[in-house]
Ligand binder design. Structure first.
Ligand SMILES: Cc1cc2nc3c(=O)[nH]c(=O)nc-3n(C[C@H](O)[C@H](O)[C@H](O)COP(=O)(O)O)c2cc1C
Length: 173
C-alpha cells in the first residue's frame, strides 16, 4: 500500500500553494498518495502517514491559519512525522543570517509541534496584482526594493529539500 502524505498550506496570494502542489508532484513520483489542501479545509490528519505543512511569512510571522492548524491538530501530530516549509522575502538570498531570521519568524508555528521537524525555507514571490488594494498601494510606494515584484522560488532547491526529507524515507519498511 502506498503511504499517504498530506500537504497542507496557508497562502495569501497563491505562491505557497504552488509550492505545495510542486512538492505533491514530487511525492507522487516517489509513489506516495498525496492530498494538497488549504489548512482551513483539513478535518482530520490521522489518515496520513506524513504531514508537510507550508506557510508564507507576513509581518515577521507565519500566517495565523498555519499556527491554528498546528494548534488544532497538535495531539495527532505527535504521532505523525511532520515537515514544515516557509516562503518569504527574507529568503530572497539564502545564507546563515537569512536562515536564522526566517527560523525565528517560524517559531510561533514550530513551537506548536512537538518533536523534531524538518524545516525548509525558500524565497517567495511578489505579484502586486494579487495583493489587496491597501497592500498593493504600500508595495508600490515602498522604495526600499523589498516589495518589488519578482519570483524568488528556486524550484531546484525545493526539489532537493523534498528529496532529502527523512520523513519520506520508506526504506525500513
Ligand atoms: C504584506 C506582506 C508582508 C510580508 N511580510 C514578510 C515578512 O515579514 N517576511 C518575509 O520573509 N516575507 C514577507 N512577505 C513575503 C511573502 O512571504 C511572499 O511574498 C510569499 O511568497 C507570499 O506567499 P503566498 O503567495 O503564498 O501568500 C510579505 C509579503 C507581503 C505581501
Amino acid at each position: 500500500m502506498p503511504k499517504k502524505a498530506l500537504i497542507a498550506y496557508a497562502s495569501k496570494t497563491g505562491s505557497t500553494k504552488e509550492v505545495a502542489e510542486f512538492i505533491s508532484d514530487n511525492l507522487i513520483s516517489k509513489h506516495f498518495d498525496t492530498l494538497v489542501m488549504h489548512v482551513d479545509q483539513v478535518k482530520n490528519v490521522k489518515l496520513f502517514d506524513v504531514v508537510i505543512l507550508g506557510t508564507s511569512l507576513r509581518l515577521d510571522k507565519p500566517l495565523h491559519e498555519s499556527i491554528n492548524f498546528a494548534q488544532k491538530f497538535s495531539r495527532d501530530l505527535k504521532n505523525i512525522p511532520v515537515a514544515c516549509f516557509a516562503l518569504g522575502l527574507t529568503m530572497k538570498e539564502s545564507n546563515e543570517e537569512t536562515k536564522q531570521k526566517t527560523l525565528s519568524m517560524l517559531q510561533p508555528l514550530l513551537s506548536k509541534i512537538s518533536g523534531s521537524v524538518e524545516v525548509g525555507m525558500f524565497g517567495g514571490k511578489v505579484d502586486h496584482q494579487k495583493l489587496p488594494w491597501f497592500w498593493r498601494l504600500l508595495a508600490k510606494k515602498d522604495d526600499s526594493g523589498l516589495m518589488d515584484e519578482g519570483d524568488w522560488r528556486d524550484w531546484d532547491e525545493i526539489k532537493l529539500w523534498t528529496d532529502s526529507l527523512e520523513i519520506l524515507d520508506t526504506s525500513e519498511n
